[in-house]
Design a protein around this ligand. Structure first.
Ligand code: SF4
Length: 502
């Protein structure tokens, strides 16, 4: 994919910020009625807000929304944003779009922008996506910060002539024009210096989300050097890894530590999510681990850390785990241990043996470990899947997360071409906890998220798929969370295969 070079250089930074007389809202919504389905603090839209405000001069701060009830209340009170941006993930796509439809109906002059990974990679599939969602004025592909700021600038320059902006070539900004033509410029250049994004935590922009229910999320680096075809980050655009400086990470962790201590004193949660794809694979992550150890001393936070640890550099992963003293759960996510499947999903360069060894080492340093396995990857079969589960279980991982292959928009395996070549058979299901209803503009908004999963392919029959799902159910109940921990230990002591017992 071509990438446009319009990165702000030093001279651009020094120049006066262009005035953009628009009120802007950003929403990263979650369902709330069963429980809070996507329970992380909206750090990503916070970064888009602080970055945009550093590039353009807005009349007021960008307002941020997480809970649909808060967005509905703001709309019902008569407030009218000029521009509203929605994050588009598999867990909030329909919810965001239903809000967009009602906004277009009641506030037709409000410009609706979507962005996020839940968007096809192929241009013809992107066109279908846009044509079937007419309430979206603009879709921002790939990294959002710079493209969103450039879009705001263009809207101001065009004095609100949205159709004219749709025809402009703004990298990463896709749109369907009034003439029916679809505009799909190339992706914008990635931000290489993440310190250009002012921390939404330290600037206080996320303070209102420390309510004891939401989980703080930090990102010390962006990108992933691996190319897994089931994953949105596996595409080449994200293959380089760019890092935040140690100073920015330290300042964020210290700020969050203080806020979490306050929230915890009122009964709130006490954990942390690190959004890196390979934590502790890089030497800078050791400094982050030391900083986390300091915040644990100062604020008793974080008690638990949820993160995908590095696929390689096992020794460094273990060192980070020792420094943080057991708060880190080590991930040895193999997805499959079959060499042909690993080659098919472009994961052959990840050492499966190294990941397996992690389980043994994790128990030596007193850390929990988990492994993830996906059923239905290209070339997978019942025999291969059972063998993978057996090997991972017998290696002693504390928890196993057994997934079915989801066809994600934005991933290579999510394309129609890939599904055809593997003769994949799909079924659709509602995502757990992701459905609800909200009252907006005096109307009832009803939304639910539907995911597409693989239930058969040219190497996996539907009957075998069902047998694998039975194994998933039994393993999840009887293996995970240590409920039968004593019995599992006894079996291992006696040399009985845990998998056999399961
Ligand atoms: S290693 Fe993880 S983040 Fe990277 S491409 Fe593979 S699945 Fe995605």
């Amino acid at each position: 994919m071509a990438v446009a070079q319009i990165y702000p250089d030093e001279s651009a930074k020094a120049a006066a910020k262009p005035r953009v007389p628009l009120t802007v809202w950003l929403a990263d919504l979650t369902y709330t009625q069963q429980t809070i389905a996507a329970d992380v603090i909206p750090n990503a839209i916070g970064g888009i807000a602080t970055f945009s405000e550093s590039i353009v001069d807005l009349p007021q701060e960008i307002q941020l929304f997480k809970y649909p009830e808060a967005l509905a209340a703001a709309l019902n009170s008569g407030s009218k944003p000029d521009v509203i941006g929605f994050s588009n993930y598999v867990w909030n796509s329909d919810l965001s779009y239903q809000f967009a439809c009602l906004i277009k109906k009641h506030l037709p002059r409000t410009i609706v922008v979507f962005g996020g990974p839940n968007y096809p990679v192929k241009v013809d599939e992107q066109e279908v996506f846009l044509r079937s969602r007419p309430a979206i004025d603009f879709y921002i592909i790939k990294e959002g910060e710079l493209a969103f700021a450039r879009l705001l600038e263009a809207l101001a320059e065009a004095s609100g002539n949205v159709e004219a902006v749709k025809e402009r070539h703004i990298p990463s900004v896709h749109a369907l024009g009034a003439d029916g033509a679809v505009h799909q410029p190339e992706a914008i250049q990635r931000i290489t210096d993440l310190d250009l994004i002012p921390s939404p935590y330290v600037s206080g922009r996320l303070d209102s989300f420390f309510d004891g229910k939401l989980l703080p999320i930090v990102q010390t680096n962006r990108g992933c050097p691996f190319s897994c075809t089931f994953c949105v980050e596996g595409v080449r655009y994200y293959s380089k890894v760019y890092k935040n400086t140690a100073e920015k990470v330290a300042a964020e962790l210290d700020y969050i530590g203080q806020k979490m201590a306050e929230a915890r004193s009122k009964g709130g949660r006490n954990d942390l999510f690190i959004a890196d794809s390979n934590f502790a694979m890089y030497k800078e992550d050791i400094e982050t681990a030391r900083q986390l150890a300091r915040t644990r001393e100062l604020y008793n936070w974080p008690e638990y850390i949820n993160v995908a640890t590095g696929k390689n550099q096992k020794e460094r992963v273990l060192e980070a785990s020792r420094i943080i003293d057991g708060a880190l759960r080590l991930s040895g996510s193999v997805q499959s241990l079959d060499p042909q499947v690993l080659e098919n999903i472009k994961r052959a360069n990840i050492s499966a043996e190294g990941l397996m060894d992690l389980a043994l080492k994790a128990s030596e340093v007193g850390a929990n470990s988990y492994s993830e396995i996906i059923l239905g990857l290209p070339g997978d079969s019942k025999e291969k899947h059972f063998k993978t589960v057996r090997t991972v279980m017998d290696a002693g991982f504390t928890n196993l997360y057994l997934f079915q292959l989801m066809f994600l928009h934005g991933s290579e395996l999510g394309t129609i071409e890939s599904k055809k070549s593997n003769e994949s058979v799909s079924r659709y299901r509602v995502l757990p906890r992701c459905y609800g209803h909200f009252d907006v503009f005096g109307e009832r908004l009803i939304a639910a998220e539907i995911e597409e999963i693989c239930v058969a392919s040219n190497t996996l029959s539907f009957e075998d798929y069902l047998e694998c799902r039975t194994l998933h159910l039994v393993a999840t109940i009887f293996y995970n969370d240590g409920i039968f921990g004593t019995l599992l230990k006894l079996l291992r002591l006696l040399g009985v295969s845990v998998f056999h017992w399961i």
